[in-house]
Design a protein around this ligand. Structure first.
Ligand SMILES: [Zn+2]
Length: 167
């Protein structure tokens, strides 16, 4: 039976991680692959027993549709509301925002999003813009309060499917 778990937190929401180091590549010959826990970000290796392609990213993003408000950090804003958008996908490390707001690559945003009608918004204290094109902004979370991180982890845990045995 296929039952792989994170050695750090015990979660079953794990994914194959990209093989980067020389030892990753050498061990992959024995089908010992790096994995990444999707909830606590622990990286570990384990024996899989069959060959599998090298994945592109470490964190699977869950498809969501959350209204989000954001603004550039450290800038005095006349319009305190900032910009609006919709979060389309989310992992514990970052998200993709659909918005035509002009943002510069590498700029640091502060964002707030609503994931349920009956809860107060989740705040990401700082997120760095990694990509911005055609109304889609990719950000990586760089500063997150523990309570907000826990709430994001919970969303990922609920929405992310278990690792399929065919991996
Ligand atoms: Zn974990």
């Amino acid at each position: 039976m296929f039952d792989l778990r994170c050695p750090a937190c015990g979660a079953s929401k794990i994914r194959l991680a990209p093989r980067k180091s020389l030892s990753d590549v050498l061990l992959s010959g024995l089908t010992i692959y790096p994995f990444r826990c999707q909830l606590c970000a622990d990286r570990f290796r384990t024996f899989l027993g069959h060959r599998t392609p090298n994945p592109r990213r470490s964190f699977d993003r869950v498809e969501v549709s959350f209204p989000v408000w954001f603004r550039t950090r450290g800038v005095i804003h006349l319009d305190e509301m900032g910009q609006e958008g919709v979060i389309e996908n989310l992992s514990i490390r970052g998200c993709r925002i659909r918005s035509f707001a002009p943002v510069a690559l590498g700029s640091r945003l502060e964002l707030e999003f609503q994931h349920a009608n009956d809860s107060f918004p989740i705040t990401v204290e700082e997120a760095v813009v990694r990509s911005s094109a055609n109304g889609v902004i990719g950000v990586r979370f760089t500063r997150l309060r523990r309570t907000d991180e826990r709430r994001i982890r919970h969303i990922v845990d609920v929405w992310l499917p278990e690792l399929l045995p065919s991996v």
